[in-house]
Design a protein around this ligand. Structure first.
Ligand code: NAP
Length: 717
């Protein structure tokens, strides 16, 4: 044991809502097997990691009972609001997280992706959860399917949360973003999380978990942290549990085989991502410049330790030499390798000396396969040390940015260039002759997280989309218009899918609400309209309705789904149609020209405008005096079904279908089912009317007097 080790304690875990560290001493629960975690630049011991004696079975049981119960008591919107509180708490303390991340080799710019990126995921899911999910506990997928002629038997798809625990095993390179991008969707779905960070950066994970715990707002059992190994973990997992793994393909394969058949196992693994320079993006074009800059950024951000980093730069033969020179210049101008605590340093070390050795071993493999070092060196570089001096730093895990070149027929390049992941500041440069050849090279990566293409030629982009999309989770097209605003090749965004086919793991994380649904089970539910109404909280055609007080006179506190207004009828005259046509300027022949309308395959002759019918319907169902209904913010799913001719009569039936109180406002959203019928009870039009309604009569009065409601959320039915 070194003198450092005697002073540095064991990193705590957070289990069953308590901080826990293994007991010191010998035997069962001893810390004698603790792993030292070293500062990436100086080699000092930062912390020690051990889970000797950890009660994993107890933690899993706690998540399944206490965690499930506390999250189950909340709606999607309530969970979403908590995510925002967590994001704000982390924002308030992010300087601490930046400082800590420097010990792992991350510059402040690197932390923008890990720390700020992680916080951004929480904010995004908070906002999406409230706008795209109902303020309820189940999520309805797709429309109602009528399964009987008389409407008494219906079916639809319903998502409910998984009943178990989401165990998230993370890679070392994103201790915060990598964990929060899984925690946020799991939490929103209502599934408790156990985070298992990678050992080399477990102390950064411990720090963000501690900040969340300090808020005092984590629902009991909703988040646990295991700082260290998880022996026997898979013995305790079963149907209803989920493992979200991020790391190397080799570890993923080993763990997948340990998971019982019912465990949902998703993996995000390594990926030999490509970046293609289009044939039109010759030197001197903005696309060429954007490509060079992007390649430099991807090589050096997080010292190249990004699953999404560019590993293969695929460029036209004629662009090879100009590209090498341009990249050399960019690196000389922009890249300063050193301790992230020193001023001016733009690229830190890789996470550990073991990782440095692994990167150099992989570069050796590329060289053995015929690769030539075009830029950089495998020798230890001179670096800027913490005190600002420049020189060797053998105790740090520094690697220079390296570009490895491969010559020869693109189709005959060695497998190593498409296979070997040097998880550091390393990329290979490959030349192509035709766009088809470039596409084939992309595909030889065996499935990637992302490919970027610098081109302003839509034909090149279309060919590459058609030939490479199936091999990628994400494609980024870079041109002069988006070069400045692009979020970048290497930056997954929470709105879009992250993950890729084949070698990349076949998983699909993020992608907005899709990621929440990964933590839920989709079930087809069949039953009567009344039963589906009771099960989903959404009124279904055919279920009971009530027509007492006009529903526009009811606040959210008084309104119930099924409250209905069935209007009297209104005759339709030619005069009305002409008035509407002249007033709006909509003189379309189907409303104005009898012969032309009759010649149309859909109309018997002149017909009423659909928008006239919808406007009349509003006039028929509305209750005009000020009251709880504050605003109409739109219609959805409008369909005109049967044409209406002069001489017909119409009426409307409006029924409260879904009620979504807002957690933070004095009003909520009400979705109304609207059906316009003719004198024969044929359906003329169907649609949903969306309104904002005050929660109580008093709030209705004060809202009417003062407030203008903010833009409404989209509700889902
Ligand atoms: P790794 O060595 O495969 O480890 C990944 C995680 O698995 C770590 O938390 C590790 O914990 C854990 N682990 C290892 N053996 C385990 C076992 N028997 N049971 C349970 N957990 C176990 O990967 P890494 O070195 O941390 O990360 C680098 C790799 O991740 C690269 O290949 C990179 O491409 C990939 N990556 C992929 C993505 C993506 O989204 N696709 C994102 C980031 C990184 P310990 O550290 O404690 O051993």
């Amino acid at each position: 044991m070194t003198s450092d080790q005697t002073e540095v304690g064991i990193l705590p875990s957070y289990l069953c809502d308590r901080w826990w560290t293994p007991a010191l001493g010998q035997g069962e629960g001893a810390d004698g097997d603790a792993t030292d975690v070293l500062d990436a630049s100086t080699g000092e011991v930062v912390t020690r990691v051990s889970t000797a004696g950890v009660d994993l079975a107890g933690a899993i049981a706690y998540a399944r009972t206490t965690g499930q119960a506390s999250l189950g008591a909340l709606t999607f919107h309530q969970r979403a609001l908590l995510l925002k509180e967590f994001a704000l708490a982390l924002t308030g303390r992010k300087e601490e997280l930046y400082e800590l991340s420097k010990r792992a080799g991350a510059t402040v710019r690197d932390s923008l992706s890990d720390v700020d990126g992680g916080i951004g995921v929480l904010f995004t899911y908070s906002s999406k959860g409230r706008r795209e999910l109902p303020n309820a506990q189940v999520y309805l997928d797709g429309p109602v399917e009528p399964l009987s002629k008389d409407g008494s038997f219906l079916g639809r798809h319903v998502y409910t949360r998984l009943p178990g625990v989401a165990v998230q095993i993370n890679a070392f390179n994103f201790p915060m973003w990598g964990a929060l991008e899984k925690f946020a969707p799991a939490f929103l779905a209502g599934v408790p999380t156990i985070v298992k960070p990678a050992t080399p950066t477990a102390y950064v994970a411990e720090a963000w978990v501690r900040i969340l715990v300090d808020t005092g707002r984590l629902p009991a059992g909703s988040l646990q942290l295991v700082s260290g190994a998880v022996p026997g973990l898979f013995d305790h997992l079963g149907l209803g549990d989920l493992v979200g793994f991020t790391g190397s393909a080799a570890t993923a394969e080993r763990l997948r085989t340990q998971a019982a058949p019912g465990v949902r196992f998703t993996r995000e693994t390594d990926s030999i991502n490509a970046s293609v320079l289009g044939p039109d993006a010759v030197p001197g074009t903005p696309e060429f410049d954007a490509y060079v800059k992007q390649l430099m950024v991807e090589l050096t951000t997080k010292a190249g330790q990004k699953c999404t980093a560019i590993r293969r730069a695929i460029v036209p033969e004629a662009a090879v030499e100009p590209l090498i020179e341009a990249l050399r210049g960019k690196i000389a101008e922009r890249v300063v390798v050193g301790d992230p605590r020193a001023d001016g340093v733009t690229m830190g070390p890789v996470v550990s000396r073991a990782q440095r050795d692994e990167v150099l071993r992989a570069v050796g493999e590329l060289q053995a396969a015929g690769g030539r070092l075009l830029l950089g060196t495998t020798d230890a570089p001179d670096v800027t040390r913490a005190d600002g001096s420049i020189g060797p730093a053998p105790e740090g895990a520094f690697v220079a940015p390296i570009l490895v070149g491969f010559d020869g027929d693109p189709a005959a390049l060695p497998d190593a260039v498409h296979d070997v992941e040097a998880f550091g500041p390393v990329a290979s440069l490959l030349a192509y002759r035709t766009v088809e050849e470039a596409a084939d090279l992309v595909g030889r990566g065996g499935g990637s997280l992302v490919t970027s293409v610098a081109t302003s030629d839509p034909a090149v982009a279309t060919t590459l989309l058609a030939r490479t999309a199936a091999y990628n989770g994400r494609l980024l097209f870079l041109d002069r218009d988006d070069a400045r605003s692009s979020t970048g090749h290497g930056a997954p965004v929470p709105h879009l899918v992250h993950g890729g086919p084949g070698r990349a793991g076949g998983g699909e994380e993020l992608g907005g609400i899709r990621a929440v649904l990964h933590h839920m089970q989709r079930t087809a539910v069949q039953g009567s309209p009344a039963m589906l109404t009771a099960l989903t909280g959404v009124w279904h055609q055919g279920a009971a309705s009530r027509s007492d007080t006009h529903p526009f006179r009811k606040s959210l506190a008084e309104l119930a789904i099924g409250d209905q207004i069935a209007s009297p009828t209104r005759p339709v005259t030619l005069d009305d149609i002409e008035t509407f046509a002249n007033f709006t300027g909509d003189l379309f022949y189907a409303h104005m020209d009898e012969a032309a309308a009759a010649a149309n395959p859909f109309f018997p002759g002149r017909v009423a405008h659909g928008y006239l019918l919808v406007s009349w319907a509003a006039g028929l169902f509305v209750d005009p005096e000020p009251g709880p209904v504050l605003a109409n913010y739109g219609l959805e799913n409008l369909r005109f079904v049967t044409p209406v001719s002069p001489g017909d009569e119409i009426r409307v039936v409006l029924t409260a279908k879904q009620i979504t109180p807002r957690e933070t406002d004095e009003y909520g959203e009400v979705r109304w089912d609207a059906v316009i019928l003719n004198q024969d009870d044929d359906i003329v039009a169907t649609y949903d009317v969306l309104t904002l309604v005050a929660k109580t009569a008093e709030q209705a009065a004060s809202a009417a007097a003062s407030a203008v409601p903010s833009a409404p959320a989209r509700v889902d039915a």
